[in-house]
Design a protein around this ligand. Structure first.
Ligand code: NOJ
Length: 542
């Protein structure tokens, strides 16, 4: 496999609405990001994944786009965008744009035209069906609750929306739609961006009449066409949001010989605290052995035929320290455990804004505190179905997307230094303690742990290319080795808030501690080792 720059990179995801406001309107913006580039450079990342900044009525905070070639007013102007691309490039940071082309906003000019009637040339840009027995064509469900079909009074037909009814699905079978998408991608590529993160790309091959949404029959044909007609001639990173991918499917997307995407962003580990066959809101405790097995499977199954992303967080997921760690007594220790475990694996790591300072979930007491359309729709649906408010709020506090979307906590001034105005979403009150300023001042902070991990990846090819092997240990001890050109590193973590003892005599003893979250000068695996809660280290073996 030819080595690519994005295999040795670390990506930082920015959710622009919540990152940094520069003009006091309570909403993050492009100028705010430009002002924080020095911070990102200090952290050491070399790619930004920028969640959507395009024109949007914000039914789903920018994931409903009304103009792909213009910038949302709240975020700034196209000049700001050009400046951001250029200033980031000066710092060797590439800008990966979110590409949301499974659907548009209902305010996109194509949809406005399409709604004018069955004869309109844009009608077929979307997916329209006649009613069946006076009802929706079938029982496809929207990810944001309820039917995926919305009735259009004027034409007497339904249109498909796999997300909100204000996010009509594009009809990828229409060649003109695909060509519009390639042209738009080329518009951005010509500006010198570093690539695309492709929103729910696994859905574009859907066959709604057959009830097929994800991984449809033409998905990979479309991606090969996309490669050929747009980014194939540029040296960029392309990452697909690929729910439901198995390692075999991941190879279809990311085997370089197939000329599709650079890598997948798959979620198999993310579903492990959800009851089988139910929704993300239906919780069950995480089984750590299962987590180890699944992460290990992805580490060893792609070989040279594919590439994977490494992540715990994004703008749709709760904060990992609150979710599977301990955001109280052991917040710092568990945040570092997650960082160390992930950043020594094979793949391209993604850091979601605030993860590098250990930001936590922000629980709510009442639905009126929520902005996110997914949580609000689910709440209304479950109230109708007779669930108790308390149960629904518990699910939202565990899994709701607003947990990750509270404003970035920069310092301990009002609103955490995010805005001088009224923030669009509540700031987590723990900003007085958990913030960037405190992290930068403390050499033992979570930030400095991430900074070191990023540097280690730059300095040591073993981190990028080493072979992975999961070691057999008791359930909540997570241990693995990486091997490369005669060298072996071991990573061992106590994934629990209890003391644990382990013995791995085959690893010998070593004084070469690469990184740890408790002070440690040596490790003697031949003896029984006592691990403190969440204690984690990486060592070089003799
Ligand atoms: C996935 C995005 O990550 C999410 O935030 C969004 O709501 C849906 N796709 C729809 O675009």
């Amino acid at each position: 496999m030819e080595k690519k720059w994005w295999q040795t990179s670390v990506v930082y995801q920015i959710y622009p609405r919540s990152f940094q406001d520069s003009n006091g309107d309570g909403i993050g913006d492009l100028r705010g990001i430009i002002n924080r580039l020095d911070y990102l450079q200090e952290l050491g990342i070399n790619v930004i994944w920028l969640s959507p900044v395009y024109k949007s009525p914000n039914d789903d905070n920018g994931y409903d786009i009304s103009d792909y070639e213009d910038i949302m007013d709240e975020f700034g102007t196209m000049e700001d965008m050009d400046e951001l691309i250029a200033k980031a490039r000066e710092k060797d940071i590439k800008l990966v744009m979110d590409l949301v082309v499974n659907h548009t906003s209902d305010e996109h000019k194509w949809f406005i035209e399409a709604k004018r009637g069955k004869d309109n040339p844009y009608r077929d840009y979307y997916i329209w069906r006649d009613p069946v027995n006076g009802e929706a064509p079938n029982d496809l469900k929207s990810t944001f609750s309820g039917s995926a079909w919305e009735y259009d009074e004027e034409s007497g037909q339904y249109y498909l929306h796999l997300f909100s009814k204000r996010q009509p699905d594009l009809n990828w079978e229409n060649k003109n739609v695909r060509e519009e998408v390639w042209n738009m991608m080329n518009f951005w590529l010509d500006k010198g961006i570093g690539g695309f993160r492709m929103d729910v790309i696994y859905l574009v091959g859907k066959q709604p009449d057959l009830g097929i949404t994800g991984n449809g029959p033409k998905l990979h044909d479309y991606l090969q066409e996309m490669h050929e007609k747009s980014f194939g001639n540029y040296d960029v990173l392309t990452v697909g949001e690929t729910w439901g991918a198995t390692p075999e499917i991941a190879k279809l997307y990311s085997n370089p010989e197939r000329k599709e995407l650079s890598m997948v962003f798959q979620f198999e580990h993310i579903g492990l605290d959800q009851q089988e066959g139910k929704d993300k809101w239906d919780l069950k405790p995480l089984d750590i052995q299962e987590l180890k097995n699944i992460l290990a499977k992805w580490q060893t199954s792609l070989g040279t035929e594919g590439w994977n992303s490494l992540f715990w967080n994004n703008h749709d997921l709760p904060r990992i320290v609150s979710r599977w760690g301990n955001d109280k007594e052991y917040r710092v220790e568990s945040a570092k455990m997650f960082a160390i475990l992930l950043h020594f694996m094979k793949g391209t790591p993604y850091i979601y804004q605030g993860e590098e300072i250990g930001m936590t979930n922000r629980p709510i007491n009442d639905i009126s505190e929520i902005n996110d359309i997914e949580s609000i729709n689910m709440y209304n649906e479950r109230i109708q179905q007779g669930y108790s408010k308390a149960a629904i709020i518990a699910s939202i506090n565990a899994k709701g997307r607003d947990n990750a979307r509270t404003p970035m906590q920069w310092d301990n001034t009002e609103n955490g230094g995010f805005t001088t105005g009224t923030p669009w979403l509540h700031v987590n009150p723990n900003y007085t303690d958990i913030n960037v300023k405190n992290n930068l001042e403390d050499p033992n902070s979570i930030f400095h742990c991430y900074q070191k991990l990023i540097q280690l990846r730059k300095d040591h090819p073993i981190v990028v290319w080493g072979d992975f092997e999961l070691l057999e240990t008791m359930d909540d001890v997570f241990a693995y080795t990486r091997k490369f050109e005669g060298e072996t590193w071991a990573v061992v973590a106590n994934f629990s808030d209890q003391t644990r003892t382990i013995s791995l005599p085959e690893l010998g003893s070593t004084k070469e501690i690469i990184i740890s979250n408790y002070p440690r000068e040596s490790v003697d695996f031949t003896d029984v080792i006592t691990f403190k809660p969440y204690e984690t280290f990486a060592v070089k073996l003799n």
